[in-house]
Write a protein that binds this ligand. Structure first.
Ligand SMILES: NC(=O)c1ccc[n+]([C@@H]2O[C@H](COP(=O)([O-])OP(=O)(O)OC[C@H]3O[C@@H](n4cnc5c(N)ncnc54)[C@H](O)[C@@H]3O)[C@@H](O)[C@H]2O)c1
Length: 248
């Protein structure tokens, strides 16, 4: 998919799904900001892309905090002159049992996974309005659809919120031709699963009819489609990439 020098901002891009998306969009022709709360790793990951011949920029930002969001977007536009594609990918997973979740943990998960999508999208709007093919792509989850299997209720609620927010933004931003879609990955093999026991991973794998966990490239291919100018008539889509993981 040709992205013709368009500018993409991917949050949570230092590793995992976010890095795979940043790399894929760069291969498609975009200039890419890789933003992450882990500023050092964001820089290292951006440098990897630069060494591969792509235009990439690493920025440190906690996307749950408004001043850091403003700074991240400002630096992207200063660097590349425009902003066309926002991928709200940053997220954290908790698997704390319902009875044991502290209010602080609930608030943290909702802030990183949901408030961030609101803040980044809101701050990006003035720039996206100037784009010929503006895109917002949000990272929800199978948990947001089905309540989660091994993850905590806070994670499921945050990702369900991302689905509702995606519909709401798609409706409100259509008048500016900004498309807003979400990807709902099933279990995908990244560091976010690090706290799961081998037994929990195996239980998740057994729920997947296609017989394997997802890999970041599966999700990056979907982001590439949603970012492309060819997908300009697609908005308010929840794109499940999960190997058929629909059954509780
Ligand atoms: N891996 C899965 O099974 C799976 C399934 C469904 C959805 N997702 C979602 O995909 C997204 C990417 O997850 P992943 O699997 O690549 O996980 P990951 O842990 O490998 O990567 C997440 C990245 O987000 C960054 N991040 C965390 N908090 C941040 C913050 N406040 N500000 C900026 N960056 C922050 C982390 O530093 C990390 O680089 C998340 O939103 C996650 O919920 C993952």
């Amino acid at each position: 998919m040709g992205l013709d020098n368009r500018v993409a901002l991917v949050t949570g891009a230092a590793k995992g799904i976010g890095f795979a998306i940043a790399e894929r969009l760069a291969r498609d022709g975009a200039r890419v900001t890789l933003a992450d709360v882990n500023a050092e790793l964001a820089g290292i990951s951006a440098e990897k892309l630069v060494k591969g011949g792509f235009e990439a920029y690493g920025v440190g930002a906690d996307v749950s905090r408004l001043p850091e969001v403003k700074d991240m977007i400002g630096r992207t536009v200063d660097r590349f002159g425009q902003l066309d594609i926002v991928v709200n990918n940053a997220g954290i997973l908790r698997s704390t049992r319902l009875e044991e979740i502290a209010p602080e943990e609930w608030d943290l998960v909702l802030a990183v996974n949901l408030r961030s999508v609101f803040l980044v999208s809101q701050q990006a709007i003035p720039h996206l309005k100037k784009s010929a093919a503006p895109r917002i792509i949000n990272m929800s989850s199978n948990s947001g659809r089905m309540g989660g299997f091994e993850s905590s209720v806070s994670y499921a609620a945050s990702k369900g919120g991302v689905i509702a927010l995606t519909y709401a933004l798609a409706g409100q931003l259509a008048k500016f031709k900004i498309t807003v879609n979400a990807i709902c990955p099933g279990t995908t093999d990244t560091d976010i699963l690090k706290d799961y026991t081998p037994e929990a991973r195996e239980r998740l794998r057994q729920r997947i009819p296609l017989g394997r966990l997802g890999v970041p490239a599966d999700i990056a291919a979907a982001a590439s489609y949603l970012a492309a100018s060819e997908s300009g008539f697609v908005t308010g889509l929840m794109l499940d990439i999960n190997g058929g993981m629909y059954f509780g």
